[in-house]
Write a protein that binds this ligand. Structure first.
Ligand SMILES: [Zn+2]
Length: 460
């Protein structure tokens, strides 16, 4: 193999062409390293095509001085020949690519000079912001509500149905190739008994519907990894994994898009309640995987940083946003009360929007410690007086155009709260638990409120 500048014959000026001389289409060449006798591995590369891709490709490829390494990776793809696609991933020493439109949006967002609050909920996200100067001549209070659209909901239901169907097909396939590992279902057993009593021939069951053959302690007699799996099963499983990956990618994309919309309207200085998403999961389970509020908040955090701002987390315990009014009065609400009605100042609005508006006036002694958060009541009162009618309107209905149509008044479906629900807080609370005797509660049968603690807070 040629390694020098001249060929074996040693004729000066006659040089064998090297890959360095290549000026054709882009290709990745593996020279073989110590095993160079096997020759070069040359892989033609198809660079990303499509509208808007060229600037991105240029960003990564234009400056060879920044190229760091190329990884050759393969990715499962059931529809590709052989079941895999191969990709070359180029890593550069430098920042990633940001589209000019996004850069411009971030610059504009940073120049907005607004302060905002975010109220994350299981089924929606509410954002309210004010001009930082609190000058009514500047611009008005703005609010946004993010909910799942009907189209998105339908799509999610369709996808879930498809997923269930695929899982069933996989299970059927596994059962039919490992008939020895499964017993008959009750129906199949009854049928076999009936046939036996009539003296008919025994019928072979292709897909036994009963339980897996297991030891008395429930461990399967044969480990699942030792099962025989058909080619169809493997293909089906690959397709399912692929589909799940693309759905996850779509969710991330949607979260990023929504985060950008929020920043564009409300600026990159936002406060959100620091809540433990695990508590939500314990309560709502499946509903969460549809709306992904945690993913939205994470995307918002990243977007705020990219625009030069910050998403600050404030503790629920020290602020109790869902239980207060902008005027500073306490307005107790249970999770079912979706409306905020203050008896002291007469402010009415949607519960989540009022919480978000209050979050805009949360200050922190230490921005990195959510526990140091407190409500700046003087500021929120001031804003309430300054914006008056406009603020009430913003708290009643989203002021920014929403990408979707609401599902009707209220927009959120909150399951009925049962009297004997489990603890709604992750930590131990100094109050009566639902399993304690009635004498521990007040006459209404509801858990007694004690000063400084509120049973509904962790959710909001
Ligand atoms: Zn009030």
């Amino acid at each position: 193999m040629p390694t020098g500048k001249t060929t074996a014959s040693g004729k000066p000026g006659m040089r064998k062409a090297l890959w360095w001389d290549h000026t054709g289409p882009l290709a990745v060449v593996f020279a073989g390293g110590p095993d160079s006798h096997v020759g070069d591995l040359v892989l033609p590369v198809r660079i990303p095509q499509g509208p808007g891709q060229w600037a991105r490709v240029e960003h990564f490829l234009a400056n060879p001085g920044r190229w760091h390494k190329v990884d050759l990776v393969r990715r499962r793809k059931a529809s590709a020949p052989g079941g895999w696609v191969y990709e070359a991933h180029l890593m550069i020493l430098g920042p990633g690519y940001t589209a000019p439109a996004v850069q411009q949006m971030r610059r504009q967002a940073a120049a907005l000079d607004r302060i905002g609050g975010v109220d994350g909920n299981v089924s929606n996200l509410s954002v309210v912001s004010f001009p930082a100067s609190l000058d009514p001549a500047d611009s008005a209070a703005a609010s946004t509500e993010i909910t799942l659209t009907d189209a998105e909901r339908t799509l999610l239901e369709k996808q879930a149905k498809k997923r269930r169907g695929r899982a069933r097909a996989l299970e059927r396939s596994r059962r039919s190739t490992n008939t020895g590992q499964y017993g008959l279902s009750k129906k199949q057993m009854r049928r076999a008994d009936r046939r036996a009593s009539k003296g008919l021939l025994e019928k072979t069951v292709t897909v036994p519907g009963g339980a897996r053959a297991a030891r008395t302690d429930g461990v399967p007699k044969q480990a699942y990894r030792r099962d025989r799996l058909s080619e169809g099963y493997r293909q089906h499983r690959a397709r399912q994994a692929e589909h799940a990956a693309s759905a996850a990618e779509h969710r991330r994309f949607r979260a990023r898009q929504i985060a950008r919309q929020i920043i564009a309207a409300h600026g990159p200085l936002l406060v959100v309640e620091d809540c433990d998403i695990r508590t939500w999961y314990r309560l709502w389970g499946k509903r969460l995987s549809q709306t992904t509020p945690g993913m939205l908040i994470a995307a918002l955090d990243a977007e705020c940083r990219a625009a030069g701002g910050r998403l600050v987390r404030a503790s629920t315990w020290s602020t109790a946003l869902s239980q207060h009014c902008l005027c500073g009065e306490r307005v107790s609400k249970t999770l079912r009360d979706r409306e905020h009605k203050c008896t002291a100042c007469g402010l009415t609005g949607k519960r989540d929007l009022v919480s978000a508006a209050l979050a805009a006036f949360v200050r922190l002694t230490d921005a990195d410690d959510p526990k140091t958060a407190y409500r700046d009541t003087a500021m929120s009162r001031h804003a309430q007086i300054m914006y008056g009618q406009g603020l009430e309107e913003a708290l009643r209905e989203s002021t920014t155009p929403r990408q979707n149509t609401p599902r009707g008044a209220g927009c959120v479906a909150v399951p009925r709260q049962r009297e004997t629900s489990a603890h709604r807080t992750a930590a131990k609370r100094p109050r009566a638990t639902p399993d304690e005797p009635r004498t521990m509660r007040d006459h209404t049968g509801k858990p007694g409120h004690r000063p400084g603690c509120d049973p509904q807070l962790t959710l909001q």
